[in-house]
Design a protein around this ligand. Structure first.
Ligand code: UDX
Length: 433
């Protein structure tokens, strides 16, 4: 099929490359010329395992191209909109500027009978509004949310765990058939597919992210209690997780969630619910957010306490900046935030991350960064592990003790084996254990 993808950020670039790898003829469109130049040469503006290979293959086969020119979408049968919907600068709702702009850019080239497919995470009600706009030129609209996780974006796009089609009831059959053609490979693998209305499809995405965020904040709330009573939240999570109705995934307590989705999606959902007069229904999301943000200060407090209340002038190695491993994304990252807070208190922070230093430096040039893990550890009076990269998980307690000035480690992701670290002379403090 001939496909256009509006927006070549995280979602759009991955979607374009993945669609090309499935045999479609794809053009990715984005107003950012630098981004288009980079993608056209097979490189990515962000770190995503497997994506450069997919891009290179698509470009080489001539199935994939990138442009700033929206008129190149004219030949496509299906137009995906995968632009960002960040948090508004003046509030907690979603900023729909890029979605509206993409539709406006596409509109002059939209053929009668073409299908526009929204993938961006939007406030419920957006699809119905956009359907009227594209309907005016005889095109149709579908909403087809994505559930990709950074670090696994390629796999999540090519082999999604479910497909959700939000369709106009009047044309649902033909629109579903067209989307089935786009996703023929996933359909052939019996991927569950839910065909529904616009509102439900928009809700699925924010509901899923709200549920995941709630699960994380739930276990972090348990961590707060476990700390007071001398329990171990990791064992608690293991025990809970054996109940298949609960499940063990997303029950890892620590410094909390961050990234470009969970934090802004729960805030946007709460803001939209307020607008709909149902703020009470999701009032708990405010607490989910608050529990999450508390984790960062809690970590900072524990580090400061370890120095008797004054961290000024003390050497602290912060291991991790990305909001999670296998990503260079530092948007709303607990790790980067903790480094910034410690630095603000006058600590001599040395930050390390395998991938996220350039993005961190752009946001916080005042911090000191090193790409050399040994340099970060050398002379440290406290080590703070805040992103669970494998290089940190694999640190040898004995060898690491020889590098630091004071063997004190805080495990913000509960990934170290405390007895092994204590046996090597460390004071090892987890989160909620
Ligand atoms: C998330 C959703 O998982 C995905 O389906 C959606 O499409 C986009 O948002 P992503 O932002 O890539 O994906 O990250 P995810 O893997 O969900 O992790 C989010 C954050 O939660 C990370 O900061 C991670 O460290 C944290 N987390 C995750 C925990 O603190 N504990 C856990 O048990 C799991």
């Amino acid at each position: 099929m001939r496909i256009s993808v509006f927006g070549c950020g995280y979602l759009g670039a991955v979607h374009a490359a993945a669609m090309a790898s499935l045999g479609h003829e794809v053009v990715g469109i984005d107003p950012d010329a630098a981004k288009i130049a980079l993608l056209s040469s097979g490189r990515t503006p962000f770190f995503e395992p497997g994506l450069p290979e997919l891009l290179t293959a698509g470009l080489a086969r001539g199935r994939l191209r990138f442009t700033t020119d929206p008129s190149e979408a004219a030949a496509a049968d299906v137009h995906f909109v995968g632009v960002g919907t960040p948090q508004r600068k003046d509030g907690t709702g979603a900023d729909l500027t890029y979605v509206d702009q993409a539709i406006a850019d596409l509109l002059p080239y939209l053929r009668h009978g073409a299908l526009v497919v929204g993938k961006s995470t939007v406030p419920v009600g957006t699809a119905a509004r956009l359907a009227k706009i594209v309907g005016a030129v005889g095109a149709r609209l579908a909403w087809n949310p994505e559930f990709l996780r950074e670090g696994y974006a390629v796999k999540d796009t090519i082999e999604p765990d479910r497909l959700v089609y939000g369709l106009d009831a009047a044309t649902a059959e033909q629109d579903a058939a067209l989307l089935d053609e786009v996703y023929a490979s996933a359909i052939a693998h019996d991927t569950p597919r839910i065909v529904t209305d616009y509102a439900t499809s928009e809700l699925v995405k924010v509901a899923a992210n709200s549920f995941l965020a709630t699960k994380i904040s739930f276990i972090n709330a348990m961590a707060e209690i476990a700390e007071v009573v001398g329990g171990d939240v990791t064992q608690l999570a293991d025990a809970l997780g054996h109940d298949t109705r609960i499940g063990r995934r997303f029950l890892n307590a620590g410094v909390g969630f961050g990234g470009g989705c969970l934090p802004k999606d729960i805030r946007a959902f709460a803001a939209r619910a307020e607008e709909l007069g149902r703020g009470d229904s999701v009032a708990f999301l405010k607490q989910v957010d608050e529990i999450n943000l508390r984790r960062r200060q809690h970590m900072v407090d524990r580090v400061v306490d370890s120095f008797g209340g004054i961290v000024h002038g003390r050497r602290v190695a912060v291991l991790g900046l990305a909001f999670k491993p296998f990503s260079d994304d530092v948007r709303d990252s607990p790790a980067l935030d903790i480094a910034v807070r410690l630095n603000g208190l006058g600590a001599e922070v040395m930050s390390h991350d395998p991938e996220a230093i350039p993005n961190s430096r752009r946001l916080h040039p005042q911090l000191t960064y090193t790409e050399d893990l040994d340099e970060a550890l050398e002379g440290a009076e406290a080590v703070v592990l805040v992103t669970e990269w494998n290089v940190y998980r694999g640190l040898d307690p004995v060898a690491t003790a020889a590098k630091v000035a004071r063997p004190v480690i805080f495990d913000g992701r509960n990934v170290l084996d405390p007895p092994a670290w204590r046996a090597a002379g460390w004071t090892c403090t987890g989160m909620g254990r």
